[in-house]
Design a protein around this ligand. Structure first.
Ligand SMILES: CC(C)(COP(=O)(O)OP(=O)(O)OC[C@H]1O[C@@H](n2cnc3c(N)ncnc32)[C@H](O)[C@@H]1OP(=O)(O)O)[C@@H](O)C(=O)NCCC(=O)NCCS
Length: 198
């Protein structure tokens, strides 16, 4: 398996930097890689000494604060780290939010995030690296121990059940349960328009 040529990697990093700065429209940044056990050049752990230390310190700080019961402190720190967090958001103790790219996370007003819910903004796959924007729309409910994968949108007032593993967008007002999460309840308005079309 071949790793990428330096020139290719430079271009990729530039594309990633634009994506992280919000200067591109796509929701998911994808780049083919060799197996994740090989250096990809896209992980901070491949970048000398200081970059990994900075990332690990930031991750430790975020994790420490997220363990605590101080909601305002969590929200303040997430905003400092670049996440967009609305008003009246509650993040339960021990939630886990990806410390690598918190700037890709948007949590709108009136969202509740349950105990030990996990939200990813990047992932290494067997042959691909991804970074993805996550949108948790207004009034959504994220159940305890659930996992939201990178690049996912949870619609307005949608419910993610406890323990659900969400790998696809959840429409507004729907309830998603299980692993992989499936929609078990659709919003009332959608049901009504379906019956009108029958
Ligand atoms: C999703 C949820 C809101 C559904 O509540 P509900 O509408 O009252 O649904 P019900 O309890 O009637 O269950 C409907 C079906 O889904 C199943 N189900 C409910 N929650 C489930 C879950 N988390 N995972 C898997 N299946 C679940 C039920 O067993 C039932 O199955 P059945 O139709 O085969 O009997 C609720 O189960 C849930 O997960 N709440 C999350 C609570 C939480 O995490 N709070 C934050 C903690 S800090």
């Amino acid at each position: 398996m071949k790793t990428h040529e330096p020139e290719n990697l430079r271009q990729t990093k530039h594309r990633l930097a634009l994506f992280l700065a919000g200067e591109t429209k796509e929701r998911i940044f994808k780049h083919p890689t060799a197996h994740p056990s090989r250096p990809t050049g896209l992980c901070h752990c491949d970048e000398g000494l200081f970059a990994p230390i900075r990332v690990y310190l930031r991750a430790a700080l975020l994790q420490l604060v997220l363990q605590m019961p101080f909601n305002n402190l969590k929200i303040w720190l997430l905003r400092k780290m670049g996440a967009r967090v609305g008003s009246n958001v509650y993040i339960s103790a021990c939630a886990w939010i990806d410390p690598l790219y918190p700037q890709l996370l948007t949590i709108e007003d009136d969202v509740f995030i349950g105990l030990k819910a996990r939200i990813m903004t990047h992932e290494f796959r067997i042959d691909e690296f991804r970074a993805g924007k996550v949108f948790i729309r207004r009034g959504a409910f994220i159940g305890g121990f659930s996992l939201i994968a990178c690049g996912i949108e949870i619609g307005q007032r949608a419910v993610v059940a406890g323990g659900a593993v969400v790998g696809t967008d959840i429409p507004a007002g729907a309830t998603a349960i299980g692993n992989p999460a499936r929609i078990v309840k659709r919003p009332k308005a959608e049901k009504k328009s379906e019956s009108c079309n029958e």
